[in-house]
Design a protein around this ligand. Sequence first.
Ligand code: HPA
Length: 276
Amino acid sequence: MAEFSFAQYQESADYLSARLGGFRPEVLLILGSGLGYLADQVEDPLAVPYEDIPHFARSTAPGHAGRFVFGLLRGRRVAVMQGRFHYYEGYNFPQVTYPVRVLRLLGAETMIVTNAAGCVNTAWPAGTLMVMDDHIKLALDSPLRGENLPQFGPRFPDSGQVYTPALRALAGQVAAKQGIPVEHGVYLFMPGPQYETPAEIRAARLLGADAVGMSTVPEAVVASHAGMGVLGISLLTNMAAGILDTPLSEEEVLTAAEAGREKFSALVLGCLERME
Ligand code: HPA
């Protein structure tokens, strides 16, 4: 049995559909730790707390508000998730990825997802913005494990282009135009909540990872399965474990997320504006 039935996803979508009147979001925007402020820029906002929506989990992570903000951002009809669900909070992957399928049913065709991540690539400084070109997910099962729901996508989806090439290229062009330095790289999913050990980070580097984090990959797998375009952007808030002498802390991550705020917003907004 799948964790949720198609009817449950549909029930959540119908609930939101009624609350939204005729508004249909085109883009799902999932904002990472300390990055939720973009939701404040939505025009004609309609906020819907997750707890109002049937079958939704609640968000417990610090720096995450726990609601959708629907409205217009740079002329696009968006659904902004202010706060998301993480595996480390105790949710399973079907719960973590539930909102993605609901938004797909509401008509969203693209997902832009942001995160704070650790920097594994020693050629880059902390504070680097990274467009996710690909990911590595070795840990745990897949969010698609269990009965396949063919209304969303195939049993064995291709994973060759989880992160849409045209959107990755667009992010590079927008960044260049705005004079924002960005790198392109590979994100390794780790379940957390403990930060990685230095040995895990050395292993991550050997495996080909440039960044490491505790989110985004489950949502990207599910969005890609459902045929959505996916753009992932990481703010590398800290050098990953063992690269520097200092211990990692959530405070450091949130402070760095705050410091990177302007360029991160400018990049995401520029992509929204220029998307096809
Ligand atoms: N590791 C995992 N997740 C993170 C990190 C990190 O170093 N920084 C921000 N999120």
